[in-house]
Design a protein around this ligand. Structure first.
Ligand code: BGC
Length: 734
């Protein structure tokens, strides 16, 4: 412990130490039923360690001044916020960003977000959120990086670097939600997550650990229980795994009132759960004030020790010291939000680029890119909309700054003849609309009858060369507490797509969503489909770049698209079954196979698999070659593949490496992503991509949670997505 901190601790009263553990909210970032009260007075009395929900020169300066002038020890406050995918300039939602597979871009998004946040007095961002999720019903898919541990880990580390390694604007990152929050049963938010330790260590923990390895300063505990004990009070999780195994040395903050919520989990009264949390390794209590109001009593009753409190306090003080707050409590704060940073042309350009790079082209029957002189019928509830472009968790973003799809298309193609019709409401259900409008009006229902709206759209469509339908979810139909049981296009939008398809005109379906949607029918009806997620401030310009071919789409899915909700959880790296299904028996198609692992009514495969995404050009993969097909011990192998751009456009391709371990001491997944490289290829150009493979790539956790590799045969496969790879076998002996 540094001298300054130990000297300070020696001067602190017990109340002052407990005060440092208290994180309060002010402003409008409320995501729970409880709101902090009497904040200023509490700061003055030394009962607050940090705040969130406040940003901008005036309030931050005012509140920090209270801490510095009124509190006895003048310990500066730490100011945090949910800067999730941008601060003032909003970038695509994290699910969208993850579909870029572009780590440099994602790191830069974190850096630019940090520049804006720092300029408004913030020190700490509640990001990255890297909960693995295999369930598209869960609304918070929108905030995460998809279903895969490897991709999620790379993104997690990139974001931590972007926030924390940013010169004078470096902030503290907070990886969340530790742990397993994305595995909420049945996709219902805040629900229990029950799984084997093997699955935790193999599939769900790696992205959190990657953040720790990248030096993340803080960790947020999750709402759910893990093995029966809520994460916020789970010592195994917060101390044994996080600190002892992984060597984490920052501080752990609870989620919003998650200490108090342990009462509802059935763990005891507020005093009991607060002591449980502190003992488990939780350092900071978000909003609920269980620590503030009960720890002293627990100390008197011998339920916690002064040492427990001092340890937590020291961790928080050390974080403040790391930020330089003791030397400069007004760090980076400007009297006016600086125009050269906030929503600057540079940030907007980066947001536009990110919006385009996040798009995933799921289908294209030679319709895209569009001609810039075409007569286009632009249809749909999200086509001329600015309110829903940012996506969930865009607290400091202003939707009025956003570019709609209509505006973006006009900007990109002034010579195009674009007509517009609403076609359908996002939803016609006032209750769902009310839920989606909780943070401001996002859904405005046109009262005209559904048939009239569709008929109007069809009339426009019939006059056009091509239809672009922009459909999907309103932004708060995904995100926190926004689970959906039916994840199809909401409202009458499917009927709209069917009616537009029936015109026989080429139909492009662009959709906004915070999750994979079930779009089997639409995938047959539309000639081209683009997932644009929620693209952020520059969404409209970004999608226009894609639609007109100024940017050739290169996104690849980070989450499988279920064929139907009944398939969920559906993910590419599933385990094997003893009764695999390989289609009906060849030659006996009239005798259906029985006793196989399959559905009677739908395929086993998702509609679109993990890693999938098309381009306006085509790429041809050559055979995979290995530097050796027999290896021993700590050998290093090289797997190579030559990829050629065989189409008519320059483009980018994410070349993906998957490894299969066919025989081991326990049943292993059918394949696992172990590497990827995004390359740019001009028309006709080819490149050889090489992956270095070591025994680290072969390791897995066994049932004793021992992490090692086992000798035998491995299949090294490379391809454009998880379902289309070519592999070569290597035998690897000890
Ligand atoms: C969310 C967290 C968020 C926190 C503070 C909670 O409801 O689960 O992700 O960081 O609120 O806004």
């Amino acid at each position: 412990m540094s001298d300054v901190i130990s000297t300070l601790l020696a001067h602190m009263t017990l109340d002052e130490k407990i005060g440092q553990l208290n994180l309060v909210i002010a402003g409008d970032a409320v995501t729970g039923a409880t709101v902090s009260e009497g904040v200023v007075q509490k700061i003055a009395s030394g009962a607050v360690g940090g705040m969130f929900g406040v940003y901008g020169a005036t309030p931050v300066r005012a509140l920090q001044t209270v801490a510095l002038e009124k509190s006895r020890l003048k310990i500066p406050l730490i100011f945090g916020l949910d800067v999730i995918h941008g601060h003032r300039t909003i970038f695509p939602i994290p699910l969208g960003l993850s579909c870029s597979w572009d780590l440099a871009m994602i790191e830069n998004v974190a850096k630019l977000s940090g520049d804006e946040a720092a300029a408004e007095g913030l020190h700490w961002v509640f990001s990255p959120m890297v909960d693995i999720t295999r369930d598209a019903r869960w609304g918070r898919c929108a905030e995460a990086a998809g279903e895969d541990a490897y991709l999620g880990s790379r993104i997690s580390a990139a974001m931590v670097r972007g926030y924390q390694e940013n010169g004078d604007n470096s902030l503290l990152a907070c990886v969340k939600h530790f742990a397993l929050y994305g595995a909420a049963e049945a996709g219902r938010d805040y629900h229990t997550a029950d799984m084997s330790r093997l699955a935790m260590f193999e599939q769900y923990f790696p992205p959190y650990k990657a953040a720790v390895d990248a030096g993340v300063a803080s960790v947020m505990s999750s709402f759910n229980d893990v093995e029966g004990i809520p994460a916020t009070g789970n010592k195994w999780l917060l101390t044994d795994v996080l600190r002892k195994q992984w060597g984490f040395d920052g501080f752990v903050v609870s989620d919003y009132t998650s200490v108090n919520e342990m009462i509802d989990h059935g763990m005891g009264d507020l005093q009991t759960v607060s002591a449980l949390a502190l003992k488990a390794g939780l350092d900071m209590d978000m909003v609920g004030e269980g620590f503030l109001t009960t720890l002293k009593k627990s100390l008197d009753e011998g339920k916690v020790t002064e040492d427990d409190i001092t340890t937590a306090c020291a961790r928080i003080l050390r974080a403040k010291q790391k930020l330089g707050l003791f030397d400069n409590p007004f760090r980076n704060l400007r009297d006016e939000s600086p125009k050269e940073i906030i929503l600057s042309p540079k940030h907007r350009a980066a947001a536009r680029d990110a919006a385009a790079r996040s798009c995933v082209l799921l289908k294209n029957d030679n319709i895209l890119p569009l001609q810039k002189t075409a007569k286009i019928a632009l249809i749909g509830p999200l086509a001329d909309d600015k309110r829903n472009m940012q996506g969930t968790w865009s607290i400091a973003g202003n939707w009025e700054e956003c570019v709609s799809v209509l505006q973006g298309m006009k900007n990109a193609a002034p010579a195009a003849d674009i007509s517009y019709a609403l076609g359908a409401n996002v939803t016609d259900d006032p209750l769902i609309a009310a839920k989606a409008n909780i943070f401001g009006e996002k859904v405005i229902i046109d009262p005209r009858p559904e048939n009239e709206l569709i008929a109007e759209a069809v009339r426009e469509a019939e006059l056009a060369d091509v239809i672009v339908a922009v459909v999907g979810e309103a932004q708060e139909m995904s995100g926190e507490a926004a689970s959906r049981a039916d994840i199809g296009l909401p409202g009458k939008q499917s009927a709209l797509i069917a009616a537009l398809a029936a015109t026989g005109k080429p139909l492009v379906m662009v959709f906004l969503s915070g999750r994979p949607l079930t779009i089997v029918n639409e995938s047959k009806q539309a000639g081209a489909i683009v997932a644009m997620w929620f693209g952020g401030t520059e969404a409209g310009n970004g999608i226009a770049d894609v639609l007109f071919g100024d940017y050739n789409p290169a996104g690849k899915l980070s989450m499988s698209f279920p064929y139907a909700v009944g398939q969920i959880p559906v993910y590419y790296n599933h385990k094997k079954t003893g009764r695999p299904y390989a289609g009906e028996f060849p030659g006996v198609v009239d005798v259906p196979s029985k006793f196989r692992s399959r559905y009677l009514d739908i395929p086993n495969e998702p509609l679109y698999p993990f890693g999938f995404g098309l381009s306006y050009t085509t790429f041809e993969y050559g055979d995979v070659t290995l530097s050796e097909t027999a290896a021993r011990g700590n050998a290093t192998l090289t797997a190579s593949v030559t990829v050629m751009n065989t189409g008519a456009h320059d483009g980018e391709e994410t070349v993906q490496l998957y490894i299969t371990d066919p025989v081991a001491s326990l049943s292993r997944p059918v394949r696992e992503l172990k590497g990827f490289e995004k390359i740019a290829l001009k028309r006709g150009e080819s490149k050889t991509v090489q992956f270095t493979i070591t025994t680290d790539h072969l390791k897995f956790y066994n049932n004793d949670l021992h992490h090692d590799w086992e000798a035998g045969e491995f299949i090294i496969a490379i391809g454009p997505n998880s379902a289309q790879t070519r592999g070569v076998a290597v035998t690897w002996e000890k």
